[in-house]
Design a protein around this ligand. Structure first.
Ligand code: GLV
Ligand code: MN
Ligand code: MN
Length: 418
C-alpha cells in the first residue's frame, strides 16, 4: 500500500457551515430539519446552491437526463474518476444529514485535495442523485438506478407522484433535465459516506461503520376498493370497508416481523383513505407496505405471506384488491477490496470500526452494479433519522469525512488500477 498522507485533513468547520447553509433551504420552521422532496422548488433551490459550490471549486459539472448532477476535477489523463456522492432530496420531515452529508463531505474532500495541490493519478468526482428517498416518486434511488442502466430513462421520466405530477415535467419545470448521456460511464470506484440512521454505532460506541451490504427492499402499493356509505345508517353486515382491511394489513405486517424475526422489518408509513371523512365509510384505501431483509430468500417468504394475508383479509370484507410493486431491490454486497480499504483507512486514523449491513437504501447500492463500491457510516444520535431531530456531532462528521478522504485518495493510486 502506498504510504498515505494521514496529516491531510478536511476542514470540519467548512463542512458544518455548508451543512447549515443547505439545511436552510426548505427548513422546517421551529426545527433543525428540512423538507426538500425530489424535484420540488425546495429541491431545486438546494440543487442550485450545491451546484454553485461545485462551480466555485472549478469542477466540471454535468447534469444528465434524470437530473443527476456530477462534478469532476479537471484532469489531463481522461482516466475514470474515483467517485463519491449521495443525495440532497429529503423526506418531507427530514433531517439535515441524510444524504446531504455524503454530498458535502465529497465536496469537502475535493476542496481539501485541490487546496493542498496534490497531483492525483486519476480525478475525484462528487455527485448528487435524483429522488434517492423515493418518498415522492417510486422507486427510491431513482436517479442512481437510471445512472447505472437499471431503468431506462424514458420509463423513469414517466413516473408519477401521488398527485399525478410526472418526473419528466418536473425536471423541465425546475430546469434540471440535462443532456449528459445515460447510462453514465462507470466510475473507477465509488465510496459513499452516510449517517448510519440506526443505533448500532452509538450503542457500541464505535466511530466508523464499515458497510458491507445493503438489505433488500420491497415496496408494494395495495389499493383496496369497497363501497362508500353512511356511517350511521348502514348496518355492519352491509359494509365493505377498505379502511378496516388496511388497518388489518398494517397490524399483520407488524405481526409478520415478529413471526419471521431476525433482521425482518416491516412498515406501513403511507395510508390514504378516500374520501377520508368522519361519517363516511371509505370507498377506497391505498397503502404502501415496506418490507426489508438482509436475506433475499427470507424477504421473498415475507412477501409471500403478506400477499396471502392481503387476499384473505380482502375476501373476508368483500373488497377488491390490487397489488403493485413500486420498488424491489435485492440485498447488495459491497466490494471486498473497498470494504477492507475503508476499514484500514479508519484504523490508521485511530478510529474504532465495526462492520455492519445498511438498513436503509442508498445510491451506493446502485453504483455497486458497475464499479467496486463500499460505504462509510458515522453515528446517528439515538439512531434517529427520517425525522427533523436527526443529529450527528461535528467530530463524527469530520471523522467520517476524513475516512472518505483517505479512502478516495488510496483508490486513485496505481495500486487500484484495474
Ligand atoms: C431511503 O432512505 C430508504 O431506505 O427508505
Ligand atoms: Mn440517504
Ligand atoms: Mn433517507
Amino acid at each position: 500500500m502506498t504510504s498515505p498522507d494521514l496529516a491531510l485533513s478536511i476542514d470540519s468547520d467548512r463542512l458544518v457551515q455548508r451543512l447549515d447553509d443547505l439545511a436552510r433551504v426548505g427548513a422546517i420552521e421551529g426545527t433543525t430539519g428540512c423538507a426538500r422532496l425530489a424535484l420540488t422548488d425546495e429541491d431545486c433551490a438546494g440543487r442550485d446552491l450545491v451546484t454553485t459550490w461545485m462551480h466555485d471549486l472549478g469542477l466540471e459539472v454535468v447534469i444528465d437526463g434524470i437530473g443527476n448532477v456530477v462534478a469532476t476535477m479537471p484532469h489531463p489523463s481522461g482516466r475514470s474518476p474515483v467517485m463519491t456522492g449521495s443525495h440532497i432530496d429529503t423526506v418531507a420531515t427530514g433531517g439535515r444529514y441524510d444524504g446531504n452529508l455524503g454530498v458535502l463531505a465529497g465536496l469537502e474532500v475535493i476542496e481539501t485535495v485541490l487546496t493542498a495541490g496534490i497531483e492525483l493519478h486519476r480525478p475525484l468526482a462528487v455527485g448528487f442523485f435524483t429522488d434517492e428517498e423515493g418518498s415522492r416518486f417510486q422507486p427510491d434511488m431513482l436517479g442512481s438506478l437510471v445512472y447505472v442502466g437499471g431503468l431506462a430513462l424514458e420509463d423513469a421520466l414517466l413516473i408519477e407522484d401521488a398527485a399525478g405530477a410526472v418526473v419528466g415535467d418536473e425536471l423541465d419545470r425546475i430546469g434540471y433535465r440535462g443532456a449528459a448521456p445515460l447510462p453514465a460511464a462507470a466510475p473507477h470506484a465509488f465510496v459513499e459516506l452516510h449517517i448510519e440512521q440506526g443505533p448500532v454505532l452509538e450503542d457500541e460506541d464505535v466511530t466508523i461503520g464499515v458497510v458491507e451490504s445493503v438489505q433488500g427492499i420491497s415496496w408494494t402499493e395495495v389499493t383496496l376498493t369497497g363501497r362508500s356509505c353512511h356511517a350511521g345508517t348502514t348496518p355492519m353486515r352491509l359494509r365493505r370497508d377498505p379502511g378496516v382491511v388496511a388497518a388489518q394489513i398494517a397490524a399483520y405486517v407488524r405481526e409478520l416481523t415478529g413471526e419471521i424475526g431476525g433482521a425482518q422489518v416491516g412498515t406501513v408509513g403511507s395510508l390514504t383513505l378516500t374520501p377520508n371523512l368522519v361519517n363516511v365509510v371509505p370507498s377506497a384505501a391505498t397503502l404502501i407496505v415496506d418490507l426489508r431483509n438482509t436475506d433475499e430468500a427470507t424477504l421473498q417468504e415475507a412477501e409471500r405471506r403478506f400477499r396471502e394475508f392481503v387476499a384473505q383479509a380482502a375476501a373476508r370484507e368483500g373488497v377488491d384488491v390490487e397489488l403493485r410493486s413500486v420498488a424491489r431491490f435485492e440485498p447488495v454486497a459491497f466490494d471486498g477490496g473497498v470494504i477492507d480499504l475503508v476499514e484500514q483507512c479508519a484504523g490508521e486514523l485511530q478510529h474504532t470500526t465495526r462492520r455492519l449491513p445498511s438498513g436503509a437504501g442508498h445510491d451506493a447500492q446502485m453504483l455497486a452494479r458497475v464499479c467496486p463500491t463500499a460505504m462509510i457510516f458515522t453515528k446517528s444520535v439515538g439512531g434517529i433519522s427520517h425525522n427533523v431531530d436527526e443529529y450527528t456531532a461535528p467530530e463524527d462528521l469530520a471523522a467520517g469525512a476524513n475516512v472518505l478522504l483517505q479512502t478516495m485518495l488510496r483508490l486513485t493510486t496505481t495500486e487500484f488500477d484495474r
